[in-house]
Design a protein around this ligand. Sequence first.
Ligand code: URA
Length: 223
Amino acid sequence: MTFDLFDATLNRILAAGDYAGFKKALIDSNCDRCGLHKGRTNLVVDRGSPASRILVIGEGPGAQEDAQGRAFVGRSGQLLDKIMAAIGLDSEKDLLIANVVKCRPLDSEGQNRAPTPAEAQTCFPYLRRQIELIAPKVILLLGATAFRYMDPNRKDFSMGKEAGKFITLPDYPGIEAMVLYHPAALLRNPNLKADMWEHVKALKKRLVEMDVMKPAAGKAGNF
Ligand code: URA
C-alpha cells in the first residue's frame, strides 16, 4: 500500500483494513483529488462480490453507472453479464467488477470519454487497494484502458492482437491476468462476438484448471 505523506484523506481511505471499510471510506470521502468529481453524481467503486476470486477491471463509469453508483449496469454491463453467464459465471456472485477511474469522464459534449493519464494515475491508489484487499486469483482487463494502466510497459498495442491473451502484470506477478475486449467494443462491432466467445471459453478452461470455478454448464455462446 502506498501512502501519500501530504494527502490525509487518501491515507485514511487506504488505511481501511477490510473491503467494506475501504468502500465506505471512499464513498464518504466525497473524493475531489481530480477534476472528474465536478461532473459526478455518484462515485462508483464496484459491483459484485468482494469474496470473489475474479476481479474484472473496466475503464470508468458511464451515465447509468454514475446515476446508480454501481459499476457496469448500463448496456455494456448487461452484455458483460450475458458473456459471463455464457460460461457459467454470475457477475453478482462470482466477480468483483471495478474500473480504472471511479468517476465518470465526460467530454465537452457530455459524452463518455477515456480517462486522461493524470486522472487514471490520481485514482490508481484506490484500484491498487481494491486488488490488495480482494487478493484475486485472476484479473480480467476489459479493453485498452484497463490493459494500458495495469501494464504500463505496453505502449503501442492493438486489442485485435492482445485480446484473448493470458499475461503477467509487472506489479502482480502472482495473479493470472487476461486481456479481453471491452463489451462496448462488441456493441459497436458485433463481429467481435465470435472471437470473444473463443476467449471466454479459454478463460473458463483456465478457471476450471485453477479450481477457481467448477466446470458448470454455461449457456453456450448465447450473448
Ligand atoms: N464501461 C466501463 O468501463 N465501466 C463501467 O462501469 C461501465 C461502462
